[in-house]
Write a protein that binds this ligand. Structure first.
Ligand SMILES: NC(=O)c1ccc[n+]([C@@H]2O[C@H](COP(=O)([O-])OP(=O)(O)OC[C@H]3O[C@@H](n4cnc5c(N)ncnc54)[C@H](OP(=O)(O)O)[C@@H]3O)[C@@H](O)[C@H]2O)c1
Length: 323
């Protein structure tokens, strides 16, 4: 495993982290989840990314991860980085959503109980909510660190100027914002236009979620939609309408470039993100140990040639979201 310093902090993260958004809820056998988590740890994946609402049902990914921790990883607590998040809808009523102090603390306490942890290594504000005063959310994050309930805090899906303000507020109270988390992959390049300068100025690490575009940037859909794809799972954000003939043709051509590099398409997609400026880590999701192993092999990739990068951009064309 390759470890990278997270921005201008002293914390290193593995280049490939494991995300538990899908496939770690109650619909997946615990034994399957445990195999993936323990295998990841054995291979040096020291960072596991959770959120209050991961499942389904919401909360079950944290509960299941807590069970796996208690059984197989308890004595390794100091060797792993566990993150969680608050800010998306979690329970009914006025306090189960958004980023108020009430929601942030209640959600954090629930997440600690579900995982059985005494503290999170990283706790995120999961999204920016303009209806909540920024100072209120940021003060909650600062207090979470000061109370020892998280070692570091981070922001996810915040506009760059708001993130910069939040970092400044934290710095005034001697808390450093560690990390920024957003979607970034060959198809979604919005952070390049919106966040790179902020990351550089504030010294934040950058962790990319959905680096495989939920499986679109892999060989998963080259021959139809497999029955065990996330497309058919409860609570999926990838839909069969996303797997168009036009997309499959693009994926096939990307797959040829990957093959020319001696990589699977998933590996090339991860290598592409990891080669971009300021990226600390990619958070990949997997539904099997085989996918995990395939992804980990991305780390022995050859550097991209200018011709390969250009060919990728040409194939993707107007499928790339830049702004
Ligand atoms: N901050 C946020 O708001 C936010 C939002 C989204 C995600 N995240 C984080 O980012 C993590 C990753 O997101 P994601 O699950 O969308 O990530 P992703 O890595 O883009 O997609 C993962 C899916 O791709 C397929 N896959 C993975 N490796 C493969 C391989 N080698 N070959 C073929 N297919 C492969 C699997 O699909 P199948 O399951 O169909 O096999 C897997 O579930 C989440 O778990 C979460 O921790 C954060």
């Amino acid at each position: 495993m390759e470890y990278r310093y997270c921005g201008r902090s002293g914390l290193m993260l593995p280049a490939i982290s494991l995300g538990l958004w899908h496939n770690f809820g109650d619909a997946t056998p615990l034994a399957t989840q445990e195999d993936i988590v323990l295998h990841a740890f054995e291979k040096g994946v020291t960072h596991f990314d959770l959120a209050n609402n991961y499942g389904p049902p919401a909360g079950s990914a944290e509960t299941n991860f807590g069970r796996i921790l208690a059984r197989g990883l308890k004595s390794h607590r100091d060797e792993i980085i566990v993150s969680s998040k608050a800010g998306h809808y979690m329970w009914p009523g006025p306090y189960g959503d958004l980023t108020s102090r009430k929601n942030t603390f209640a959600s954090l306490h629930q997440s600690l109980r579900r995982t059985g942890l005494e503290y999170f290594d990283i706790f995120y504000s999961h999204r920016y909510c303009p209806e909540i005063p920024l100072e209120e959310t940021v003060q909650a994050l600062i207090d979470i660190v000061k109370q020892g309930k998280a070692l570091y805090v981070g922001l996810s899906k915040y506009p760059a100027d708001v993130a910069a303000k939040a970092c400044a507020m934290m710095a005034e109270q001697h808390v450093r914002c560690l990390i920024y988390q957003d979607r970034y992959n060959m198809l979604c390049r919005k952070p390049e236009a919106r966040h790179i300068d902020m990351l550089e100025n504030e010294g934040l690490g950058f962790i990319a979620f959905s680096p495989l575009a939920q499986g679109l940037l892999t060989n998963r859909y080259l021959n139809g939609i497999p029955a065990d794809s996330r497309v058919y799972k409860e609570g999926a954000f990838l839909h069969k309408e996303d797997i168009t003939a036009e997309w499959v043709e693009k994926a096939r051509r990307l797959n040829e470039i990957a093959a020319g590099r001696g990589q699977s398409l998933a590996q090339m997609s991860l290598s592409w993100v990891l080669a971009r400026p300021r990226v600390t880590s990619v958070i990949a999701g997997v539904s099997s140990v085989a996918q995990l192993d395939d992804n980990l092999a991305a780390l022995s990739a050859p550097a991209f040639t200018a011709a390969e990068l250009e060919a990728i951009d040409q194939i993707l064309g107007d499928s790339i979201a830049r702004q």
